[in-house]
Design a protein around this ligand. Structure first.
Ligand SMILES: CC(C)(COP(=O)(O)OP(=O)(O)OC[C@H]1O[C@@H](n2cnc3c(N)ncnc32)[C@H](O)[C@@H]1OP(=O)(O)O)[C@@H](O)C(=O)NCCC(=O)NCCS
Length: 381
């Protein structure tokens, strides 16, 4: 039970400031507001590459040429079919289940059915990445009493997801918007879900188990669970009088010690570069919702500066993700699962990276309990 800390790190609550791994995948520079994937600034990638190009960059180490891209697309397309086990799990789960719980369960079932085991491989990463949109779309349709659709071989990851969900191929603008979103959220340093994936991978467990752990970590509102809460927040403010009642509503939350969803970040102490990109995209995709959201953003930032002076709290990636994903017709409870459909690229890249140079991740804890309790037998307690 007792562990000792050999080198206690100051202020390590939440492992803030602790370097837990080395990675060549992505770098988050919090004070500069800079995110790079393998050397490329996210602003240079966001609107220029597809999700498939981004995953190739993360998995293989360079942006693909045409032949490499065609090959990767073909491999992903070949995996766009759910196992009967995953389908029966989806059918067995209640229609009221949370989509993140459904995703966690179905990835686990699909991994077991696909016999994902042993050291993680690129083919396993392709399989899990290709199937997450299928799992989500299948559950969305099942809970609406709609028949399931087959993935279209002529569509890529982003377009297939929207097609399988909505029953019609997206417009070019919608496909572009989702592609940019998927590219921008694919990796982000040692975030909580990636760390969870690496911890599991470091025990030489399998890739599906590592991804399932990551899904569990992403679900929490302090990590990936925020965008649907941003949607709820905007709707609640609308219902409480819209712009006129906004300041009172937000002030009330802060007075009660609650956090405002879509603001703040462990690493960024300036504008999150992804939030900047998403803001512009949300304005184009949904001008009316954007107008309201940007007014609330401005009011929230003013109040956060007042209530949390000097903390440097800015708008985070989740805030305008909520507006953008809503404009694509995705239900609020599918915002975080859609985030997972992107971040799985980073998770699997990190799992492969961890496995390639592994040492079990096993930190220590600072024991705060008593040192010498006297044992009393059950009959005398
Ligand atoms: C993301 C988050 C969990 C980071 O947590 P963290 O690393 O502990 O945050 P910080 O150390 O920067 O917090 C500094 C202070 O600002 C406060 N703060 C941070 N984000 C805040 C927010 N959104 N609303 C109100 N206060 C906030 C903290 O409570 C803390 O206050 P204190 O100094 O009085 O204790 C936090 O900002 C948060 O809960 N945000 C809202 C949820 C969200 O949008 N999550 C998605 C993240 S991408």
């Amino acid at each position: 039970m007792t562990t000792t800390v050999n080198n206690p790190a100051p202020n390590s609550q939440g492992l803030a400031g602790i370097v837990a791994a080395t990675t060549a995948l992505s770098k988050v520079e919090g004070t500069l507001g800079r995110l790079i994937y393998r050397g490329y600034n996210i602003h240079d990638l966001a609107k220029r590459i597809t999700f498939e190009e981004a995953v190739h960059l993360l998995w293989v180490g360079h942006l693909p040429n045409q032949a490499e891209l065609t090959e990767l697309k073909a491999k992903l397309a070949a995996q766009r079919k759910l196992s009967p086990a995953a389908l029966s799990v989806l059918q067995a789960l209640p229609k009221t289940a949370e989509p993140m719980d459904v995703l966690r369960t179905a990835v686990s079932a699909d991994g077991a059915a696909g016999e994902i085991s042993g050291a993680p491989t690129l083919d396993q990463a392709i399989m899990v990445t290709a199937r997450i949109p299928l799992i989500l779309a299948a559950f969305a349709r099942l809970r609406n009493g709609q028949t399931l659709l087959e993935a279209r071989p002529d569509l890529g990851q982003a377009a297939n997801y929207l097609y399988l969900m909505n029953g019609q191929a997206p417009s070019e603008a919608q496909e572009r918007a989702l592609n940019s979103y998927l590219v921008m959220l694919a990796d982000h340093g040692m975030n909580a879900s990636t760390f969870a994936a690496r911890v599991v991978a470091s025990t030489q467990s399998d890739l599906a188990s590592s991804v399932v752990a990551a899904i569990g970590a992403l679900k929490g509102p302090l990590h990936g669970g925020a965008p649907s809460k941003v949607k709820d927040m905007l709707e609640e403010i609308q219902a409480a009088g819209g712009k006129e009642g906004a300041e009172k509503w937000l002030r009330n939350k802060l007075e009660n010690g609650e956090v405002l969803m879509g603001f703040g970040h462990r690493v960024y102490r300036t504008v999150d570069p992804r939030a900047e990109e998403l803001k512009g995209m949300a304005e184009l995709a949904s001008p009316r919702e954007f107008g309201f959201a940007s007014y609330i953003e401005e009011t929230a930032l003013k109040l956060l500066a007042e209530y949390k002076p000097g903390r440097k709290i800015y708008t985070n990636v989740e805030y305008y993700s909520a507006v953008l994903l809503g404009s694509l017709g995705l239900p609020g409870d599918f915002f975080t699962p859609t985030f997972a459909s992107s971040r799985v690229a980073g998770w699997t890249a990190h799992i492969l990276e961890q496995a390639a140079n592994n040492r079990i991740i096993r930190p220590e804890s600072d024991y705060t309990g008593p040192e010498s309790a006297t044992f009393v037998p059950l009959a005398r307690r």
